[in-house]
Design a protein around this ligand. Structure first.
Ligand code: ADP
Ligand code: ASP
Ligand code: MG
Length: 298
């Protein structure tokens, strides 16, 4: 079984979602697809948190634009028999969850700082929750998973780390039906605190890490990181137009470049897959014919 992670640009438009569908449909089943939020939406959700805290209700207009963007994607890619249900899911999360959270931030000037943090963490999880509803609905054999049900974090200094033991136990139970086939779809990035159950996350760019964790725990044959460039390159092509694709790298080389700031893979992603010798491919959703990069032991 392969784990295929699609980043924000790869799920950000009808055109890219259609590419995703073709790429996944060329795979045998079962397959596990891990998705990010639609491109730019995580930033928007967080910017709206700031606006709401300033009592700036115009954040609700941005939310309506985001609602339309998600509904347009449903109309463009979701199988007809599932459309009504996915439209309703999107409206339910926006009206019964996101809106009340933003209004609570905007109307409660005395909300304690830890409560604000808890609300904003719950808000930002909705990017992946909404995109995954769309992606699941694109496949007749789509099987939804909810990463809040099995990804568990614990505090570590000023940040948070994965609780591998608890996550492993919960992942094993949640993915028990994997061998029966289908396109299994899970959210990247999002998690819960092991003790309090509060919604947490693995940090910005953390969907790569979710995919690596699931690949490791489920003994995947490979991990594919589908993004918007032709592979892991000698430098960021946005700032270095002469950068070229590196066809093959070792885990150590990839780790070094990620630690030095190569944004194409979130740094914690490499270690777990390296431990299990799972090959990692970096591929372009917008140019799937390009070979990409493979990351291996040697
Ligand atoms: P995704 O949303 O798919 O996770 P990201 O924006 O996180 O995508 O990562 C892909 C981006 O990483 C590319 O568009 C590119 O600008 C940037 N990048 C930085 N360094 C590198 C590198 N060495 N090789 C490839 N891409 C890089
Ligand atoms: N959506 C999250 C972010 O923008 C996680 C991810 O895309 O990997 O940081
Ligand atoms: Mg990324």
């Amino acid at each position: 079984m392969k784990v295929m992670k699609f980043g924000g640009t790869s799920v950000g438009s009808v055109e890219s979602l259609r590419n995703l569908r073709d790429i996944v449909n060329s795979e045998s089943r079962p397959v596990l697809v891990v998705v990010s939020a639609m491109g730019g939406f995580t930033n928007q959700l967080l910017a709206m948190c700031e606006q709401a805290q300033q009592r700036d209700i115009s954040c609700l207009e941005t939310l309506e634009a985001a609602r339309k963007r998600h509904h347009d994607a449903v109309d463009g890619v979701v199988v007809e028999s599932m459309r009504e249900q996915v439209h309703a899911t999107i409206d339910r999360f926006i009206d019964e969850s996101l809106k009340p959270y933003y209004l609570a931030l905007a109307t409660n000037p005395h909300m304690p700082a830890d409560e604000i943090e808890r609300v904003c963490d719950a808000i930002v999880a909705h990017g992946e929750i909404l995109s995954s509803a769309i992606v699941t609905g694109m496949f007749e054999d789509g099987v939804p998973h909810l990463s809040l049900n099995y990804m568990r974090t614990v505090p570590d200094g000023s940040g948070r780390v994965l609780d591998w033991e608890e996550t492993g136990r919960l992942v094993e139970a949640d993915f028990a039906s994997l061998s029966e086939g289908g396109v299994h779809v899970a959210q990247g990035f999002i998690s819960r605190d092991k003790v309090s159950g509060a919604v947490t996350n693995l940090g910005r760019g953390g969907s790569d890490y979710t995919a690596a964790i699931l690949a490791t725990l489920l003994d995947a044959e490979s991990l594919e990181i589908w993004t918007d460039v032709d592979g892991f390159m000698t430098a960021d092509p946005r700032t270095h137009p002469d950068a070229t694709v590196i066809p093959q790298m070792t885990y150590a080389q990839a780790q070094q470049m990620c630690d030095a700031g190569a944004k194409v893979i979130y740094p914690p992603t490499i270690a777990p897959v390296a431990m299990k010798h799972i090959p990692v491919w970096v591929k372009n959703t917008f140019n799937p014919a390009a070979t990409g990069t493979v990351i291996l032991d040697s």
